[in-house]
Write a protein that binds this ligand. Structure first.
Ligand SMILES: [Fe+2]
Ligand SMILES: [Fe+2]
Length: 264
């Protein structure tokens, strides 16, 4: 009898092909459990150019997003936007596994599979906050810029690491502590605690990003700080700006030398 169990790469593609948010979270948990128990082979599969998306939220270009109001509606809009980032982050973790994992050491797979599990937990925690307020993920429009970053870097691991963990996730680490403090000061300690827990995990994701970026630089004899700046100049359409959470970035191994041009 042949073994019909899907491989890790097939399980990862199955998560990417799942549109339903709850289904994406559940399939992630199953894939992570099978991998951590050593029950699946790495295998082979082709990553889709875009992961499946639910009918809602409607995706708009960033410039077409409605302005966020303040008050209870603003609170829902903010957490909805963060839930959307985490939903994309689940797919970004599985996408990096499928596109780049088979040429990398096993520890690379371990890191990004652990990250996929955490992104799914982050999404679920934020969706839970929305449901407590009578809202749900999909109620509001969302933007598609995170997946645009993924598509721009689909053939280049160094560029993917620079753009996603080292720039976009690092930006989250810069901003999230202040957002958590705003919720805490407004008396919403539960939401503040969720955001603080997410930020602690994101520091680990940045650490993995730095670790593997420096690994790829060592293999191509590139200076990491110079490569970071070069790749950013050619792939990042936004502007890198502070204030930076320098202690958290340093904790993740992203020392000030990476940011030197932006710290003057
Ligand atoms: Fe996250
Ligand atoms: Fe993350």
């Amino acid at each position: 009898m042949t073994d019909q169990r899907p491989s890790l790469m097939e399980l990862a593609v199955a998560v990417l092909a799942t549109a339903d948010p709850q289904g994406k979270v559940e399939r992630t948990a199953t894939a992570v459990a099978l991998w951590t128990q050593g029950l699946v082979d790495i295998g082979h599969a082709q990553a889709p150019s875009r992961p499946a998306r639910p009918e809602r939220p409607i995706l708009l270009s960033p410039g077409a997003m409605p302005k966020r109001s303040t008050g209870p509606k603003g609170r829902i809009a903010l957490i909805h936007a963060l839930a959307h980032i985490e939903f994309n982050a689940i797919d970004l973790a599985w996408d990096i596994v499928v596109r780049f994992g088979s040429q990398m050491p096993r520890a690379f797979l371990d890191d990004w599979i652990a990250i996929a599990a955490e992104e799914a937990r982050h999404f679920a925690m934020l969706a839970d906050r929305l449901s407590i307020w009578g809202a749900a993920y999909g109620d509001l429009p969302a933007h598609d810029s995170l997946w645009e970053a993924a598509q721009l870097t689909q053939d280049d691991l160094s560029a993917r690491l620079v753009l996603v963990p080292l720039t976009l996730e690092a930006r989250g680490i810069d901003i999230t502590p202040q957002t958590a403090t705003r919720f805490r000061n407004a008396g919403d300690t539960d939401t503040a605690a969720v955001l603080e827990a997410i930020c602690a995990d994101e520091i680990k994701h940045l650490a993995a990003g730095i670790r593997w970026f420096e690994y790829t630089c060592a293999h191509t004899a590139r200076d990491p700080q110079a490569a970071y700046r070069e790749i950013l100049a050619t792939t990042f359409t936004g502007t890198l700006k502070g204030p930076f959470n320098l202690p958290a970035r340093a904790e993740a191994g992203m020392g000030e030398s990476y940011l030197a041009p932006w710290l003057t």
